[in-house]
Structure formats: C-alpha cells, structure tokens
Design a protein. Structure first.
Length: 178
C-alpha cells in the first residue's frame, strides 16, 4: 500500500469485493476508507498549524473550520472514488465484467486516489494550514509589527503581474492583503 494511508491490503480486497458485489455504492460508502483518508488530511492540517488550539481563539476557530472542510473533502473523495470504481462493474456490452478484470480497474483507481493524489492533497493541507496559522500570527502581532512587504523570489519564473507588486509595503490590516 503506502506508508501514510492506514488502509490494509485486506481492507482494499474487501472494498473491491464489496463494490463489485454492490454492497459498497456511491450511496453506501465505506466508512473505513473515509476515516483513513480523513485521518491523513486532518493530521496534515494539525501538523501545519503546529499546535492544537482549544481555547476559542482565532486559531482554534480556524483549525475547527479546516477540520470540517477536510472531513467534507474526504467524504467527497470517498464518494468519487467509489463512483469511479462502480462505473467499471458493468462493461460496454452491458454485462458484468469478470471479477479479475474489474479488480485491475479498481486497484488502478484506488492507487490514483490514494497514492498519487492523496500525497499531493496531504502536502496541500499541510501548507495551507501552515500559511493560515502564519497569517493569524501576523495579525496578532500587528500592533508590534504593523507593516508587511510583498517580495517576489526575483527569478525568471516570477509573473509580470507579481513583479509590479515587488517590494510594496502596506499595513497588515490593509485590504491589499485580501
């Protein structure tokens, strides 16, 4: 499998069998897959925040919103994955595919969703949470450090629309940062 998704080969086998048998459908999703995906992304968000804020602060409220968003995303991802697998149960001729043929499609779909894409989604969740937490800290320190400067990397890949903004300095609360 992979080293970040807690979903065993036995669980994958059961998932594939259940999709093929019609037990798992887009309207009857596998809770274990949802929970495994959700855990990867929640862990990334919490790691990106760096600290669990349970104090009702802006960080705490933002972290709660991130967790909810990740949970909804995980449900949608599980739905789409099962839907994609389900689309291969019946062949173009209108007959049920042999299990071995369906299994190949289902494994490819699983790998695409949970190896290729999930790693990118995990990295994105971490980076967005880290950026959000950084912004909260910037706002909390605005009385001491009231100004921000927009600074590009300065290499050949910087877009023209960003070059014109290079070295602009504005107050933290300025609408420019929206």
């Amino acid at each position: 499998m992979n080293d970040f998704l807690d979903f065993s080969p036995a669980q994958l086998e059961a998932l594939i069998n259940d999709v093929y048998g019609g037990v798992v459908t887009p309207t009857n999703l596998p809770r274990d897959l949802y929970e495994a995906v959700n855990k990867v992304l929640i862990d990334a968000v919490e790691s990106g925040f760096g600290t669990d804020y349970g104090d009702g602060s802006v960080s705490s409220n933002l972290l709660t919103k991130f967790r909810k968003n990740v949970s909804v995303f995980s449900a949608a991802k599980t739905y789409q994955q099962v839907n994609d697998m389900s689309n291969f149960v019946i062949g173009e001729d209108g007959k049920k595919l042999p299990f071995s043929e369906f299994e190949k499609y289902a494994e490819e779909i699983f790998d695409t969703y949970n190896k290729n894409w999930l790693k990118t989604e995990q990295d994105t969740a971490f980076a967005l949470a880290q950026s959000a937490q950084n912004w909260v800290q910037i706002e909390e320190q605005a009385d001491v450090l009231p100004l921000l400067r927009f600074q590009t990397v300065g290499d050949e890949r910087v877009r023209d629309s960003h070059k014109v903004l290079d070295d602009i300095v504005k107050p933290v609360k300025d609408k420019f940062w929206n």
